[in-house]
Each structure stands twice: as structure tokens, then as C-alpha cells.
Design a protein around this ligand. Sequence first.
Ligand SMILES: [Zn+2]
Length: 207
Amino acid sequence: MSVSPVCPRCGEVLQVRPGSTGEGWCHLHAAVTPLHHTAVIAHDEIRAVCADARVPAWVPDPMPGGWAVTGLAWGGEPGARAIVVACAGPAPLGGAAEMVLVAEEPGTGLGCGYAGLPGVDPGDLVSGPSHAEVQAAGQRAPLWMVPTVDDRAAYVGEAQGVWLWLVTWPASAAWLLAEDLDLVDLRDRVYPDLPLGPPTERLLPGR
Ligand SMILES: [Zn+2]
């Protein structure tokens, strides 16, 4: 079930002209790629979004113990140019944690939306020595930490020719990166026992 598309940069509901699904109008950010999301997370919905997606849908594989997918959002349809997979589970240092993994074509602004950054791309924030790394579909992907608000941590890098963002709540949940974090592209394989959890309230940017 798809609900009203929102701005990928601020999460506000968009004006979308009938017949023009590729572009929406945000009163703050002008023309943007509409971000769609689903109220009910289900394996079939993930498969449907992944079927014609132009960017990866990243999810940890294996999932950290007790973690589950709690949301799915995609920018543009058909042929998603950005995909967000939200997950939640126990934090490495205790308590509950949430994470969004974003793949997006440059110029979309979705990762910056979660990180609270003003632009659409990380620009100079991706330079110098990297701060962490993940394995994305078997390829090493260095990540750079970017400045963000106190309640979260945000990292960005590049994988398969598009931005890869990882944002965690609370900031200390980024300790997940201290372990080897392997990501699988759900376009390659939606495994039937991929754990699904109740929908997150962190799915949309700008919150
Ligand atoms: Zn906006």
C-alpha cells in the first residue's frame, strides 16, 4: 500500500501533477524526485520495488541479532532512483536503535535530508581518510562521517556508482560499524526469512 509522496529532502507532502510521476513540487525545495513509502512492509512489496529499481536496496546480511526491516521508501517510480531501507533492533551499547540505509543517485537530496544537511550531495565531506567501511555486495565501501544533529550519526560513501548513506539513532548505534557490516542488495535476493518488524516513525527525512 503506497501513501502520499513526500519531498526527499524535508518529508513534506508534495504536489504531483497527474501524469507526471517523475517529479514533485515542494514548497521549500521546488522540483524534487517524489519519495514514496509503504505503510505495510512485506516481502512482496520489497520485491515489487526492487524489480525495476535503478539503485541498490541495501540491507545487512546477516541482520544483526534481533534486528528487522521496519520500513521501505523509494524515490521515483517506476524505476526507483533512490531506495531507503529502515531497520531496528537492539543497540550495540544497550537500548533500542534504528538505522536507515539509503542508496540514491546524485542530486536527490535524501541522505542529506536524514542528516539534516542543507544541500543535495555530500560534496567536500567525502574527502581525506575515511572513518569506517562496509562491504556492499562484496565490494569494500569506505564511509565518511558527516556532521549531523545530536540524536543521530550519519555516514556516506559510494557503492555501485551511487551514494550510500547510513544513519543511526542514537549516534552510539554507529558502533554497528565497528563490526564487519556486510550489505546485500535486495535486488539480487530478497531472502524469504528476511525479518520484518513493525513500521518505524524514522522512515521519512526531515524528522
Ligand atoms: Zn522539501
